[in-house]
Design a protein around this ligand. Structure first.
Ligand code: MLT
Ligand code: ZN
Length: 462
């Protein structure tokens, strides 16, 4: 995104958990801050040093699969944190299993980072969040101790489930070095379709219809507004439909089915399309059903390529929010109105305001694409967007985390007591404040939780 820049004198690339432990122990003794880094694909600056003299600990050299048992029926993969998500998907393919998570960034993001940020993605609708699919973690704690909870047990009801604390803690409580995760059986057949909708009002009824008619085979239901669709097409991120087919559509929906019998599943999806098109007041203008693997991935590329298209178009202010589905359009429109009022809408300032995301999870990605990052635009957007989310009792971060971008805004989604207990947990695990300082928690008044760290000098890292 080019939004966050950090400096650090040193990047360390440990190859074993023991090496990570030694690094952390040393840094804790010397009060040196550490920024754990996976694939560096986060969108909130969580993996970037913040000028407190931090060292970067990159997990990329810890990239081995430790164990996979395809026979026992548990189907659990145990892997080093630095394994790239796509490489794990490739590893599982011959065993007919898949990873329970999938992101546009799959070619570079790493499983440890996925867990540390509790990343959501397009499979959450079907397989749930990492809080459910991760069975165990190995974590190096801020004093260098190795917490080995790399269990493969499906059921383990013995006291506090400590691993949950590290899922989504964005490296502020320790460094995840190993992950044990459930790998669902690969669906025998997957199909998808891209539907063009006359207006946003059709989205919710369409979602209800898709759930009712496709039931257990519905595996993704993604929303793309017109602006996001056009951006993705303009920057060559996959092909959806012809300009004639897209016509005057206000928005688009990508539906994916995954099931056990190709013919049966394809029939269900094409029946749905047929029913929708033959109604008096159709919910869709038209729909394109993928006919082969190339079309299937072209449709997905169109959706997954939006992030890259946005970055190619300009500088993006990205908001990743949970709000009621009915409010998706309202929020995009209200943001446009706000920028218009401030005289900031146009090629000189904000070029596009687009919305896309995971309808099935109530998660909207609101992206404001500007010619350049400016304090004027930021002041128009923040706290405006956070207040809007607060009005709907939503979340200011549905799946991207808080990082450095949203730490100060935590109070829009969590009350004072919750934040206080988060601070206590941070202090308990990391009393010297060495783990990913400046991320997740807002600066405390009195700032006892952020002790001064030794500055190790600077050298630029991207
Ligand atoms: C997505 O759903 O495409 C990702 O969360 C990335 C993004 O929001 O840009
Ligand atoms: Zn997303």
């Amino acid at each position: 995104m080019g939004k966050y820049h950090g400096t650090s004198s040193t990047v360390l690339r440990p190859r074993t958990t023991k090496e990570v432990s030694e690094i952390v122990k040393y840094c804790n003794e010397k009060r040196i801050g550490i920024v754990p880094q996976g694939g560096n694909t986060g969108l909130v600056g969580g993996s970037v040093p913040t000028g407190r003299g931090e060292l970067v600990v990159s997990l990329g050299s810890m990239n081995k699969v430790r164990h996979f048992d395809p026979v026992s029926g548990m189907c659990t993969l145990v892997a080093d944190a630095g394994c790239v998500l796509q490489s794990l998907t490739d590893y599982l393919a011959p065993h007919n299993h898949i990873m329970p998570v999938e992101f546009g960034a799959k070619g570079s993001c790493m499983i440890g980072g996925n867990c540390a940020t509790n990343a959501g993605g397009v499979r959450l609708l079907r397989y749930g969040s990492l809080h459910g699919t991760v069975l165990g973690l190995e974590v190096v704690l801020p004093d260098g101790t190795i917490l080995d909870q790399l269990t493969t047990l499906r059921k383990d009801n013995t006291g506090y489930d400590l691993k949950q604390l590290f899922i989504g803690s964005e490296g502020t409580l320790g460094i995840i070095t190993g992950v044990s995760i459930l790998t669902p059986p690969a669906p025998q057949a997957s199909s998808n379709a891209l539907l063009a909708l006359p207006s946003f009002d059709s989205v919710l009824p369409l979602f209800k219809r898709a759930k009712r008619e496709l039931s257990e085979i519905l595996s993704a239901f993604e929303f793309i507004d017109r602006g996001a669709y056009d951006l993705s097409v303009r920057h060559g991120q996959g092909r959806g439909m012809s300009p004639e087919e897209a016509g005057g559509a206000e928005c688009f929906v990508l539906i994916e089915t995954s099931g056990g019998r190709r013919e049966h599943d394809e029939e269900k999806l094409s029946d749905l399309l047929e029913h929708l098109l033959s109604e008096d007041k159709p919910l869709i203008n038209t729909g394109v059903l993928s006919q082969d693997a190339t079309q299937f991935s072209n449709i997905w590329s169109l959706r997954e390529g939006i992030t890259e298209a946005v970055s190619k178009e300009g500088k993006a202010y990205k908001y990743d929010i949970s709000i009621p589905l009915s409010a998706f359009k309202e929020v995009v429109d209200a943001t446009k109105d706000r920028l218009r009022e401030k005289g900031l809408l146009g090629p000189h300032a904000v070029k596009e305001v687009v919305g896309y995301g995971h309808i099935g999870d109530g998660n909207l990605h609101l992206n404001v694409v500007a010619a350049a990052y400016t304090s004027e635009i930021e002041a128009a957007l923040e706290p405006f967007v956070y207040e809007l989310v607060g009005k709907y009792k939503g979340s200011i971060s549905a799946e991207h985390g808080l990082g450095v971008m949203k730490a100060h805004a935590l109070h829009y989604s969590k009350n004072g007591i919750s934040i206080e207990w988060m601070r206590r947990i941070k202090d308990l695990f990391d009393p010297n404040g060495i783990m990913n300082p400046g991320k997740v928690l807002p600066p405390a008044s009195g700032a006892s939780h952020e002790p001064s760290l030794k500055n190790t000098g600077s050298g630029r890292v991207a």
